[in-house]
Design a protein around this ligand. Sequence first.
Ligand SMILES: Cc1cc2nc3c(=O)[nH]c(=O)nc-3n(C[C@H](O)[C@H](O)[C@H](O)COP(=O)(O)O)c2cc1C
Length: 222
Amino acid sequence: MSADPTELRTWLRGLPSFERDQLPPFDPEDAPADPADLFLAWLRDAVEAGSPAPHAMNLATADAAGVVTARTLILKDLDERGWHFATGSHSPKAVALAQNPNAAMTSFWPALGRQVRLAGTVSDLGEPTGAADFRARPPGSRAAALVGRQSEPLDSRQEYWDAYAASLARVEANPDLVAPEWRAYALRPHTVEFWTATPDAGQIRLRFRRDTDTWTRGLVWP
Ligand SMILES: Cc1cc2nc3c(=O)[nH]c(=O)nc-3n(C[C@H](O)[C@H](O)[C@H](O)COP(=O)(O)O)c2cc1C
């Protein structure tokens, strides 16, 4: 670290935050009863606002030893089973989830000054759903997933490209090929919290909690 720490702190504090006067209004009184509906409304707002990768979400997991890891994933679906994502069953995140299904996801849409936080449990949606997700991927993405070995140390970029080229040839020769490791998962939340910055430099937090299949909601102190 060569940066002057005082300069760094000053620089960080001076970085722009939200364009407060551009933020869309949000009235918690008008929020739908199901947090999935509000999430989808905010996602659509993010798409309309031109947010890059609006469907990217952060997923935090903890393994059996309590070691926490977070990473970004693409949201693949949302239904009564929860928020779906897809990955390899041998990846560190999938291994952690097999040990401990408790997990959290967040979305952050800076242009809207909005965040959504989910906490709940993750389930593997089974081989047919994972295979359907795999088949829906473009050939290049199927080839990348077929390579596998996600997060293992890599000796050289060339080693990866050789493996990728071999996988792409397999995908092109057999369009029905499915990587056996590929899985779809869903996080079924027990808590969903919506956070929005407001034009008056404040914020609103609305938290939903699930009791079996019924949601209750209330404001939370900022
Ligand atoms: C925008 C974005 C989207 C991503 N989408 C996925 C995804 O859908 N599935 C996936 O396995 N990795 C995805 N990744 C890569 C992950 O963030 C992560 O690097 C990888 O899954 C390995 O994670 P793990 O070692 O914790 O298992 C994405 C990364 C970014 C930045």
